[in-house]
Design a protein around this ligand. Structure first.
Ligand SMILES: O=C(O)CCC(=O)C(=O)O
Ligand SMILES: [Fe+2]
Length: 425
């Protein structure tokens, strides 16, 4: 097969399909947010290396980078990621090219490096005949031939991570503070926000700064205090062992806020433990326990007069790379275990080992909240609990709410995008 390889292309204006450019594809308007090609993507990709050579064979395009590394991309992958208006809607930026409209043996007639440094691929007439430009930074970020898929979220590894800290007034005032706070929170898994208003509804106000409140069977938000007729062990004065909230949902919430309005009773210290750090230790040192906790599902049930929830999860949940990413554990709402008869003793032993590790001094974090502080934590990573308290010695009142991490990550990415835009203009 004969595929022309050019090193320089006349580059069409990357804005040509955008309504704010009248140039018809020939100008040098330079309005693109990208260095070399508009990938129909609002995110900016830094360019760790330049493309120094591009070539193609029957099935793939090979790229050599200026840092000496190489990457390969299948023709079909490149074609389905064509950023042009016949492949992506120019306004929604979502893909419109259907998978089956791309021929199995789609192939370019020419590849090269555009004047701007982008990879240029001209498709055969029967495959549309257009030239697709791929921003070098975008290609580098999306490479799949040699680099391992990046973990969904980089987690700072420590047995007892220190909290990210922030002050309420600075979070309210400044998007930069929100971004720096979220950056630290996402790495460490938990945070203390101080200077919270002495008002009910403040947990929700904090949640709404960074995402969307998620209702649950406990309501839009909930009051944690010792109640006469508790619908949860959390609403007693008793010891609350380490747990994650809401494993009785198919998707438990990612972020939990507990705003401390009053904490005058004796006891009531908050407890935390990094379940992912424990899972990593089990993976390294006690593989049999890890394997059981990542493969055998446990049923969780919540019941009250108004609800009846049942869901099942493995106690340690892994991503596609086999890395532990979520914890689902609550002794309070664990339904009767129903593993296979022969598996039951090993499952129960594995649970006991997991609980003894999360409770151990190596991992256990203890901190008594004071009025005006909000405890914010990743409910799918950090297990939480509380020491018993004596209600006759004073009032203890927390108010809480949940968010999904997807909404928080979206907010974080937008804050990053805005900050990068401000720094580059
Ligand atoms: O009382 C506490 O500190 C924690 C209560 C709890 O686990 C919860 O509200 O989810
Ligand atoms: Fe809880």
């Amino acid at each position: 097969m004969n595929i022309a390889v050019h090193t320089q292309f006349e580059t069409p204006c990357p804005k040509a399909r955008k309504t704010d450019c009248q140039c018809g594809g020939t100008c040098r308007c330079g309005q693109s947010t990208f260095g070399s090609a508009d990938m129909s993507d609002l995110r900016r990709y830094t360019q760790p290396a330049q493309i120094v050579a591009a070539s193609a064979d029957e099935s793939l395009v090979a790229i050599a980078w200026s840092d000496g590394t190489t990457d390969r991309f299948h023709h079909g992958w490149l074609r389905e990621n064509d950023p042009g208006p016949t492949s992506r809607h120019p306004h929604s930026r979502e893909r419109i090219v259907p998978p089956l409209s791309i021929r199995d043996d789609v192939r370019p007639v020419a590849v090269g490096i555009a004047a701007t440094g982008a990879l240029s691929v001209t498709w055969a007439e029967r495959d549309g005949g257009q030239t697709s430009l791929y921003d070098a930074g975008w290609l580098h970020a999306h490479s799949y031939s040699s680099r391992r898929q990046a973990p969904a979220r980089p987690v700072q590894k420590a047995d007892r991570p220190a909290p990210a800290t922030a002050r309420w007034d600075s979070l309210v005032r400044s998007q930069k503070s929100q971004r720096l706070w979220l950056d630290a929170y996402l790495a460490k898994g938990w945070s203390i926000v101080s200077g919270m208003p002495d008002e009910e509804g403040s947990a929700v106000a904090l949640g709404e700064l960074i995402g969307t409140i998620r209702s649950s069977n406990f309501g839009f938000s909930f009051d944690v205090k010792s109640k006469a007729e508790p619908i949860s062990n959390a609403y007693t004065a008793g010891f609350l062992p380490l747990h994650t909230d809401l494993p009785h949902y198919e998707m438990p919430p990612g972020l939990q806020i507990l705003h401390c309005l009053r904490n005058e009773a004796e006891g009531g210290e908050s407890l935390l433990s990094d379940g992912i750090a424990v899972a990593e230790l089990l993976r390294r040192e006690e593989r049999e326990v890890f394997d059981i906790l990542t493969t055998v599902t446990v049923p969780y049930r919540f019941q009250d007069a108004e609800s009846e929830y049942l869901a099942r999860h493995t106690i340690i949940e892994c991503d596609g790379n086999g890395d532990p990413v979520y914890i689902n554990w609550s002794n309070s709402t664990m339904a009767p275990l129903d593993a296979h008869f022969d598996t039951m003793p090993a499952l129960r032993a594995a649970i006991r080992r997991f609980v003894s590790l999360i409770d151990s001094p190596r991992f256990l974090i203890e901190r008594k909240l004071t009025a005006g502080e909000a405890l914010v934590f990743d409910n799918r990573r950090m297990l939480h609990g509380r020491a018993a308290f004596r209600p006759e010695t004073g009032v203890r009142h927390l108010q809480g709410c949940y968010l999904d991490t997807s909404d928080v990550l979206s907010r974080y990415e937008v804050l990053k995008r805005r900050s990068e835009a401000a720094h580059s203009s």
